[in-house]
Each structure stands twice: as C-alpha cells, then as structure tokens.
Design a protein around this ligand. Structure first.
Ligand SMILES: [Zn+2]
Length: 204
C-alpha cells in the first residue's frame, strides 16, 4: 500500500505535452511540509510530429525491440543506480500523487521519504508508449525527475535529514543541476543563486 499520506515526503513532478514542456504542476494532494510548486515553464518547443497511428499500431514495442516502458524504467534505474539508489515504480506515491499518460500529456511524479535508499516514481500505471509525446522527451523527463529525487537522497546522506533547509525542493533542483547533470530546463521547482550556494555548501 502506498496510499498513505505523509508530511515528511518530498516530491517532484514534470509534465510534458505533445507540444512541449508545461512544467511542474501543483498536485491536488500536496503534503503540508512541501513548499509551493510553481509552474516553471522552461521551454516552449513545438514538436512537429505528424499525425500517425503508427505508434499505436506498434504498441509498446520500440524500434529496438524492447518495450518502451522497460526503456523508461531502465533509464531511471541507471541514473539512480550510479548513486546506490533504487527505484520503485508505483501507481500512487507515498506523497499521495499519481503520474499519468495520455495521448497529449505525460506526467511523471517522484517521491522521497526519509531514511530509505529507494525513490518512488509514478506514471499512474500508464504505459509511456501510449502517447504522442516524443519518446526522447519522456526519457529526458524520467532522467530529470530521477535526478531530483536522487539529490534528496544525497542531501540526506550528507546532512542526516531530508529537510535540512526551508527550500528543500529548490535546493534539490539546484543540487541535481550542479552535481548530477540535470537539465536546467527540466527542473521541478526552479531555484535561485542562493539555492545553488546552499547546495554547494551541503555538497562540500
Ligand atoms: Zn523533491
């Protein structure tokens, strides 16, 4: 059961549309301890993808023969595994949130709870093959949300707490961009210079 709510969990979310990134979105069930999620619109890239039934016809199979869902999962596992962090894919995270996959929008939610070596990711049980959002963008989003959650883990390892500062979410983004190579265009919360300075101070 992962439906329990906790005030000590931190989460991230990114949503992509077939037309581009729409940024992090506020969840309906935001834990009280969480800082406000801002709609951080980073890019307005237009994807000129032809209308096609090809993706549906191909189902979950990618050109390489493996399922795209497996590719998404292995991408997250690879990113997290570099830091000794495991990934659990869940329908609803311990933060009480669900990602989702629709034809035009893919939302990936991540959640970290204190004292574990596992991060949770959710596509709401949806199959990432079933969308017109480009696969490259889905994989980039998967990498970014994983990096954000891993940053929480690394900050916890260093400071002994998942919540060392008020701006935990912003500092996690700053930490992920500075030390994990996260794409700044795919941050979940956004950050300012002071958050980077905090991340640097934590990292040492
Ligand atoms: Zn977070």
């Amino acid at each position: 059961m992962h439906v329990r709510r906790t005030v000590t969990a931190l989460s991230a979310a990114l949503a992509l549309t077939a037309a581009g990134l729409v940024g992090a979105s506020a969840a309906n069930a935001v834990p009280p301890a969480q800082t406000a999620v801002t709609a951080h619109v980073a890019t307005k890239q237009v994807v000129t993808k032809k209308r096609s039934t090809g993706r549906a016809a191909r189902g979950a199979r990618s050109a390489r023969g493996g399922s795209f869902a497996s590719q998404v999962q292995s991408t997250a596992a690879s990113v997290a595994g570099q830091y000794g962090v495991a990934v659990a894919w869940v329908g609803t995270t311990s933060c009480g949130e669900r990602g989702g996959v629709s034809r035009k929008v893919v939302t990936l939610r991540g959640c970290s709870t204190p004292g574990t070596n596992t991060i949770e990711l959710s596509l709401g049980g949806g199959n990432p093959a079933n969308t017109r959002v480009s696969r490259a963008r889905v994989l980039a989003m998967t990498t970014a949300v994983t990096q954000h959650e891993v940053a929480h883990r690394l900050i916890e390892r260093t400071t002994g707490t998942l919540f060392p500062v008020d701006r935990n979410e912003n500092v996690a983004d700053a930490y992920a961009v500075t030390y994990l190579g996260m794409d700044p265009a795919l941050v979940s919360y956004g950050y300012v210079d002071a958050d980077v300075a905090t991340a640097v101070a934590i990292h040492g």
